[in-house]
Design a protein around this ligand. Structure first.
Ligand SMILES: [Zn+2]
Length: 80
């Protein structure tokens, strides 16, 4: 087994929940193939997969429960 980071699957949220979100609560995912993943001193979390389109992206914060993300591919909102 390698220590490679896995892909975490996002959870769909309702339209009502999405509409009530503060934009500051929403983190935008970075492209999974980002060339900056090896920046020294910076920790990237595991990839999160969009529950709508299946595209995964990286975030630069820990995927805490209740944290919201915007898909880089389809723009849908979901949470970790
Ligand atoms: Zn998506």
């Amino acid at each position: 087994m390698s220590a490679e980071t896995g892909v975490r699957k996002g959870i769909k949220i309702t339209a009502d929940e999405a509409a009530s979100l503060d934009p500051q609560q929403i983190a935008v995912l970075l492209p999974d193939a980002s060339p900056q993943t090896e920046v020294e001193g910076q920790t990237f979390c595991t990839s999160i997969q969009c529950p709508y389109c299946g595209k995964s992206g990286r975030c630069n914060t820990d995927p805490m429960p209740g944290k919201y993300y915007r898909c880089i591919n389809c723009g849908a909102l979901f949470r970790s």
